[in-house]
Design a protein around this ligand. Sequence first.
Ligand code: NIG
Ligand code: FE
Length: 394
Amino acid sequence: MTSTLVTDIRELVTNDPSLGDGSALGLLHDAAFVYDDNAVLWVGSADSAPDADERLDASGCAVIPGFVDSHAHLIFAGDRSAEFVSRMTGERATTGDESTGYSAHGIQFTVQSTREATDEDLRRNAARLVAEMARQGITTFEIKSGYGLTVGDEVRSLQIASEFTGETTFLGAHVVPHGSDPTAYVELVCGPMLAACAPYARWIDVFCDQGAFDADQARAIVEAGVNAGLQPRLHANQLGPGPGVQVAVEVGAASADHCTYLSPADVDALANSSTVATLLPGSEFSTRSPYPDARRLLEAGAAVALATDCNPGSSFTTSMPLCIALAVREMHMTPAEALWSATAGGAQALRRTDIGVLSVGARPDFAVLDAPTFVHLAYRPGVPLIKGPFGRQV
Ligand code: NIG
Ligand code: FE
């Protein structure tokens, strides 16, 4: 196996506090590291770097762990740019958040297009988005189903998702499809749909929000998923205050995602649990919603992740650097907190310890920035700074 020495790194973010400056980012200056196909083998000062078979010169740039995108909906067909235009020009939603014009309603449009698409259409669209993610430094990503909402369409969504990542999530409980009775649909999701999908999924997710599923339905679906061997994560409190976060904590979910509308009790529950608060500022940006209160979560001691939520309705971006810039500018996270959340935070939201970190034994997934420091990810918004993600994608 070939080993590679990455050298002349002006600033290396390891996310290992025992390395470097003692901060959460574990920053090393004038650093180097060695990796092979499987793992990081050595990390330290460029002066004392061992030899390796090959050499990658970082030319005085910053190097960071590859971004971990723990929340994305990449299996879909169709375009909702017209919905985006209506929202931006002030049309009001009929359900959901009437102040922003975004609701769960648009999901039905994508469901129809997805059902009409061929497997090859879905695969090609996902591959294009995965390639975009790679160009923006994402080395691990999660993919949800949720635009099929029949047994066959959910299964094929997860089969195709599994071709791209091991982090696949069954989201049959995205919305109740048009024409279905809610009680009968929940029974379908918990029964035959789950049985057919579970072999292709690691996670179970429920959209517990206005216009989607209530707390009792969410509990029932999660319980069925856990019995089928899946681990829970929840869409919670995106469109308004509600029970989603409390249900997520109660069921021991790895993550409660969105957290846009939180009560003090929700913040306390997250801070006193192992459930990560995954914030998705691309969706607030594209739906012109208020941003989640990241400072309140961080100050209470909750673990915070950032993810793209890439989907055709609420957040059609694959750019983690954009999410970092929004987190800093709009959510008052420091650049260091935002970078940690987009790497180690995402790893924690996927309950992974082998990614989001560059220390000995970790996966060799990293990105070289065309910048002297990671701060430029927020300081230079909209500028492509990723020179190349390295490592494998899972
Ligand atoms: O995470 N909230 C639910 N699902 C997606 C939106 C899906 C859509 O609008 O198509 C989200 O924002
Ligand atoms: Fe989502």
